[in-house]
Design a protein around this ligand. Sequence first.
Ligand code: GLN
Length: 550
Amino acid sequence: MKETKYIFITGGVLSSLGKGIAAASIGALLKSRGLSVTIQKLDPYINVDPGTMNPLQHGEVFVTDDGAETDMDLGHYERYLGEPMSQRNSYTSGSIYYQVINKERRGDYLGGTVQVIPHITDEIKRAIQTTAEQNVDVAIIEIGGTVGDIESQPFLEAIRQMRGDVGKERCLYLHLTLVPYLKSAGEYKTKPTQHSVKELRSIGIQPDIILCRCDAQPLNADLKRKIALFCDVAPDAVFSSVDVPNVYEVPLKLFEEGLDQRIAIMLQLPAKNPKLEPWRRLVQSMANPKGEVTIGIVGKYVDSKEAYKSLHEALVHGGVANECTVSLRYINSEEITRKNVGDILAGLDGVLVPGGFGVRGVEGKIAAIRYARERKIPFFGICLGMQCAVIEFARDVAGISDANSEEFDPLAGNKVIYLMTEWFDYRKQCVEQRDTGSHMGGTMRLGAYPCVLTPASKAHEAYGKDSVEERHRHRFEFNVVYKEKLEEHGLLFSGMSPDGALAEIIEIPDHPWFLGCQFHPELKSTPMKPHPLFRSFIGAAKAFGGQGKK
Ligand code: GLN
């Protein structure tokens, strides 16, 4: 087993400073130095996991191969590290308390009084140590929230204790703050950073490195010296992180600042030059696109890109694979009717209906799908998007006029999408085996499942193999009773579960690109390895756009 070294990342002054991207970028830099790295998120909120949270409030729910519903930052970690995360990479106050309360109920504490210190903090440290069990050189631990929040205190206390437990030479504390530029004064202001570090020190954590988010200009030497003096760190341990138009530039920017080198020295990691050529090539190609496609995302959350974070990124990756920029138009499906759909979708090179829950806006999605199908506009349906595509096809092509999903109309005559009750028993077993038992009623299909691809289909062509594993997060399934009838009318089931019971991918062969999948391919796309379906979809959109211009 390796002697894992820890980098604890805390945030100060404001939320949304990009701690997740910073953690992921540092991870990418260390990995490019040949080190094995993992990243863990500790979220102070009380929800046992974000699965029950509204994506408008907290961004998308990211799902891992092992079926954990986690914070969207895990998506950044996977995209920058190019490695799958797991349940062990994400804990919340809720999940920690849940464990402790379960133990208390079982009598594990032998009559003792259960307290935040040491019981909650011990449980947090156990969670942190699961990273070392992954046998990595470096574990980056990102603490959600901002220093000073009431909820985050047990986490901060736990990471303070870690220094004593594993030795200070194995721990590095990095504090990310904001250094705002005050226009009226014409200068950067360091006071919020000073206060934030003061707060951190009052808890007993002295940061080793301060990473300052700032506008366009990096901090000059004077400002760095000032921050160093007031915060009691070395001047060469103060770094700037400037705003960049492309988030995949962040690792390169931090490298230019010398951050990874400083970390390597402080943690006595082997001195190696990072191999950053793939990152440079990526940024270079993104800065020099050879074209542009416009994709309409017909969904519910038009005012929060965070709610579709992985989707957004996967589309960008699809653009990288096709050397083009992907510009996104978020369209509120509630505004779409069969009458206005042509106007609303005008000028798009592709239409995408993403995952979602509930009946709101569904008929607008179905109208958009119908338009894309009839006008031969490339269409990609994901999860709910595939379910809507099946309903549309069943109604308009196969003549099953009352086709619907049990989710939208439990009394519908033909529930082509339905709740498979068998899942209940299966999921219940899985959830019972899990300590957290967090999944509402245990009715969701979560995590990676195998899918067998049909030869000579678009899916098979895109993936270039016979079977794949993709991640799911849904309750409802296609009802295979309707498979034959839809096939007779030209629908191709190009991906099925190995036992043939679950429809995973549908296509219309007589269309330039019409594909729906029951899983979430966006969760497995990375900039270095764009997901095959996104690569293929954007390729089709590019071809379609080209035609339109002729
Ligand atoms: N609401 C649908 C279901 O639960 C789809 C879910 C999704 O798109 N993630 O089956």
